[in-house]
Design a binder for this molecule. Structure first.
Ligand code: C5P
Length: 254
């Protein structure tokens, strides 16, 4: 097999050169990190689930007209994506207080916020992804004012859509982290959603029990990480298909 050119290796994903110019192959690893990568583990099958969950959610977003980098799934761990110039920001939308917001502002985890709140963080591991304001973003030219407007408008739509989708499945969307990139088409540039949307990048709580169904299970050593990710996939209606594809042994035909 012809070896592919590695473009970038991150903590949980690898990007390879794609088959056409302007495309990349995004590979989902089982590696999981938290606390600035000081906590690490390999969770068998996580990459397969996140590939499938992200495919499902990105496809739904395409259906409602939210532009994103997803083109198609290639196999259990890989998807074909459009190559974009990543804007070095994490855009977090919060509906319920949790995580760094609770810590920073002393707001009890689980408090419903008076309205959805958007925060920006600079993507820089060495600096521990510090929170930044629009002032910093424009002054240091990480993004232009119009790009910020586009990211905010898109983030609000995505959050509203995902909140409704998950609520229908008995899951509360507590918060979600989004990343955006610049897509060049001839001389035109637009900002589109990139990266992934998965339980690695969202907080999801069961409506009935408030059980965490996301990466906080790993961060907080709650156990049952893969069971929780599988439950999310199951409620989205994509787990049966996965199980069928993963069946390795002979299948009894009745
Ligand atoms: O830690 P914090 O409360 O700021 O996280 C907000 C949201 O962003 C959570 O859903 C978390 O999973 C996600 N996040 C992420 N990648 C990071 C930091 C946070 O996906 N590097």
């Amino acid at each position: 097999m012809k070896s592919r050119k590695l473009v970038y290796e991150g903590k949980s994903k690898i990007l390879y050169e794609g088959p056409e110019p302007g495309t990349l192959v995004q590979y989902f690893k089982d590696d999981t990190t938290a606390l600035d990568a000081t906590k690490k583990a390999v969770l068998e099958g996580k990459g397969v689930l996140n590939n499938r969950i992200s495919e499902y959610l990105m496809t739904k977003l395409t259906d409602i007209g939210v532009p994103n980098h997803f083109m198609r799934r290639l196999n259990m761990r890989e998807q074909l994506i459009r190559e974009v110039e990543i804007i070095p920001l994490e855009v977090v939308v919060r509906n319920i207080a949790a995580g760094s917001l609770s810590k920073r502002l002393g707001i009890e985890e689980g408090t419903t916020l008076p309205r959805s709140i958007i925060e920006f963080f600079l993507k820089d591991d060495k600096l521990h992804d510090p929170m930044v304001t629009e002032e910093h973003i424009t002054a240091f030219q990480w993004a232009a004012p119009q790009e910020i407007d586009e990211m905010v408008a898109s983030a609000i739509r995505i959050n509203d859509f995902l909140s409704g989708l998950f609520l229908g499945l008995g899951i509360r969307l507590v918060d979600v982290k989004l990343e955006f990139g610049r897509l060049w088409e001839n001389d035109m540039m637009r900002v589109i959603l990139a990266d992934e949307i998965s339980p690695d990048s969202m907080r999801l709580w069961d409506v009935r029990t408030n059980e965490k169904m996301d990466k906080d299970r790993f961060r907080k050593d709650l156990g049952g990480v893969m069971e929780a990710y599988s439950e999310v996939a199951k409620r989205l209606g994509i787990l049966n298909e996965l199980q069928n594809n993963e069946r390795k042994g002979p299948v009894l035909v009745k």
